[in-house]
Design a protein around this ligand. Structure first.
Ligand SMILES: Cc1ncc(COP(=O)(O)O)c(C=O)c1O
Length: 417
């Protein structure tokens, strides 16, 4: 089929059978039809190559179609793709053990699911069962998924409003405000759930000591600490986990996105023995998932952890991230439109001074062969989350494209003024 025709057909089917409003939004940004991915690049229906600086919102840390993950999944496909759920699964056992070796001390158990939201749902249930308490402290601007439990802990009213009343007992405090968090956590609190770097809220890095203080307060009142590492986990911020920057161990940690190596969907809720005993001793089936921990996804997860280790992706994230952030910070000095550049490792946000600028700039970026998007809860912030395998040269290309895109946006705005 002709590329133009293919694009039109897909947009029509989206409009008629998926979501016409989403189709319009994606069309406005100039997004094509994804046809192939390889390393740091995505190709559209015209064969046009895009430097993927969004990385599937953190999914493609290993790049697209990493050969070792593909090989592991293909091998598993020929043996046993899905689990019958009655026998033991070797892949699931291996992945749970491997995770316990990299997660903070004491976080030794894993429950596997299929997405970040499911990982957070499990976390919510686990802390309620463990503490027998209902109050949850979360943060404004946070994102923990769009299922009812995850949404109840998500700090943006735009996504919550039409589904209220949501799960009761959730209170929100400003992110990165240590005193507000400490004051909100009391003896009726089941947990505080918090991102190690707030992603969808606009890439906010908390001050040093933030998680440490929350950990101490939770311990003092018998509350649990849930750290949502769905986006920050497995090298994204330049440490294996975002909480490793402070050496803080949570009671429960959620993972998803790049855990499947960019090939399979998988979510994981990792937790301590105390949580395990409280949750499962009485009823081992208190929380289950038909597809969670399936052999294909776990094969991908095991291969992904191998690649992260052998290719030194955590260290690369730190060093390439520093290089990229320095380049992008230069744009802040150059353009009044850019009000801030911040982030950790390869999780970087560029904040604009006005609301619409992010959207306009994204269209310019896509036109120039790069993919980026704004953060869901803060459209003023464009996130740069490329694969951790990105080279310094590719990072320089990203800065050059951003420079041109912001420059053109500035010209458009000046012409409209
Ligand atoms: C921190 C965090 N938690 C949870 C989620 C939900 O993950 P999913 O979209 O896989 O349900 C996301 C997704 O962006 C996230 O960034």
């Amino acid at each position: 089929m002709q590329p133009d025709k293919l694009h039109a057909e897909v947009v029509r089917k989206y409009s008629e059978h998926i979501n016409p409003y989403l189709a319009k939004l994606m069309n406005f940004a100039g997004f094509g039809v994804e046809v192939k991915g390889e390393g740091c690049y995505l190709y559209d229906q015209d064969g046009k190559r895009y430097l993927d600086c969004l990385g599937g919102y953190g999914v493609f840390s290993l790049g697209h179609r990493h050969p070792r993950v593909i090989e592991a999944v293909k091998k598993q496909l020929d043996e046993l793709p899905l689990s019958g759920k009655t026998f033991f699964s070797k892949n699931q056992a291996d992945l749970a053990e491997r995770l316990s070796m990299v997660t903070p001390s004491g976080v030794d158990y894993s429950f596997f699911s299929n997405s970040g939201a499911e990982a957070c749902e499990a976390a919510i249930k686990f802390v309620k069962a463990t503490t027998g308490r209902a109050k949850i402290v979360s943060t404004e601007g946070s994102y923990h998924g769009k299922t009812i439990g995850g949404l109840s802990c998500t700090g943006r009213s735009k996504y919550r409003k039409r589904f209220e009343p949501l799960m009761p007992g959730v209170v929100f405090v400003p992110y990165a405000d240590t005193q507000a968090a400490v004051d909100a956590i009391d003896s009726s609190t089941a947990c505080m759930i918090v991102e190690a770097v707030q992603g969808e809220g606009g890439i906010h890095v908390p001050p040093d000591g933030y998680l440490t203080a929350i950990r101490a307060r939770c311990d003092a009142v018998g509350a649990l600490l849930v750290i949502d590492e769905v986006q920050t986990g497995l090298g994204r911020t330049g440490e294996m986990f975002g909480c490793d920057h402070e050496g803080v161990a949570p009671d429960v940690m959620t993972l998803a996105k790049c855990l499947g190596g960019g090939v399979m969907p998988i979510g994981a809720t990792c937790f301590t023995k105390q949580v395990c005993d409280s949750m499962f001793a009485e009823n081992p089936l208190l929380h289950t998932s038909t597809f969670g921990g399936n052999p294909l996804a776990c094969a991908a997860g095991l291969a992904a952890l191998d690649v992260i280790e052998t290719e030194g992706l955590v260290e690369r994230s730190a060093s390439t991230g520093a290089h990229l952030k320095a380049g992008l910070t230069g744009l802040k000095d150059k353009y009044d439109l850019v009000s801030d550049v911040r982030g950790r490792g390869l999780m970087i946000g560029i904040e604009f001074a006005m609301d619409e600028v992010g959207e306009l700039t994204i269209a310019q970026i896509v036109k120039r062969g790069m993919i980026a998007a704004y953060t869901l809860n803060n459209p003023r912030v464009i996130r740069i989350e490329p694969p951790l395998i990105i080279t310094k040269e590719q990072a320089d290309t990203a800065v050059a494209i951003m420079n041109e895109a912001i420059g053109e946006t500035q010209e458009i705005l000046a012409a409209l003024a």
